[in-house]
Design a protein around this ligand. Structure first.
Ligand code: PLP
Length: 242
């Protein structure tokens, strides 16, 4: 039943889970960490393969590509589609936020009140149509170096954004997300972000998530307390050029 690509994905997935387990053991942690497999630029067939391999959390970072894959997966296999949780991890333009709320099961990259407002409205619209629409879990993306052009909210503006999001009826404030700056030491950046995450948790006890760590820095992120790693390349291989 297995094609070569499925075998490749299965072995890279297993290797990544081993890395994650080893990192948790090294950090003396016994809690569970979410593994979001980031499938951006890869075809929906890979999402199907991963879902059949038991992957639950799938991540995408571009709105149009994600919406197309969500529709394609539902059309290909509705049962499988219902087992997948779509995570939006990339930058969202505020005029696209309402649409994102239509397919996302969790959003890691809220950086402004406008984006949060759009997600909240989109979710409200869904809730008008159906009874079974839970609030959308969202994380606030922190810009550690304050260069918000790369996404994220500055640490100065984070508390006010958190209070705002916590007041929206159709969103659940679930934690903090970070993509460390390219410059400097990832471990130091994650430790810095972990302190901000702790502050957010003190102000909003439900915001327990800390989404940090990608293919190159899983270990450093887990050592700093990440509760959710977002891994693309280590599982899917290099992204196709588009
Ligand atoms: C692409 C992406 C990832 C995965 O990166 P890899 O280095 O391929 O593991 C994680 N987070 C975000 C926000 C991404 O855009």
């Amino acid at each position: 039943m297995t094609d070569p690509r499925t075998e490749e994905l299965a072995s890279r997935l297993a290797a990544t889970r081993e890395r994650l387990d080893a990192a948790l053991a090294a950090a003396g942690r016994t809690d569970e960490v979410d593994l979001v497999v980031v499938t951006k630029f890869h075809p929906v067939d890979d999402v199907i393969r991963l879902a059949r391999l038991g992957v639950r959390d799938v991540g995408e970072n571009r709105v149009q590509e994600a919406a197309a894959k969500v529709a394609d997966l539902a059309a290909a296999d509705a049962g499988l589609a219902s087992s997948v949780r779509w995570n939006m991890v990339g930058n969202i333009q505020s005029n696209k936020a309402t649409a994102v709320a239509g397919w996302a099961d969790r959003v890691h990259s809220v950086h402004s009140a406008k984006v949060a407002g759009g997600l909240d409205r989109g979710r409200a619209r869904l809730a008008d149509e159906r009874d079974d629409v839970p609030p959308l879990p969202v994380l606030l993306q922190l810009s550690l170096d304050g260069d918000t052009s790369r996404g994220g909210v500055s640490r100065e503006d984070l508390p006010a954004l958190a209070d705002h999001v916590a007041g929206l009826a159709h969103l659940t404030l679930s934690g903090l997300m970070v993509v460390p700056p390219l410059e400097g030491d990832a471990a130091a950046h994650f430790a810095d972000a972990a302190e901000v995450a702790e502050g957010l948790r003190r102000a909003h006890p439900g915001a327990i998530g800390f989404s940090a760590g990608m293919s190159g820095d899983i270990e450093a992120a887990i050592a700093a307390g990440s509760t959710c790693v977002r891994v693309g390349t280590a599982i899917l291989g290099p992204r196709p050029v588009v």
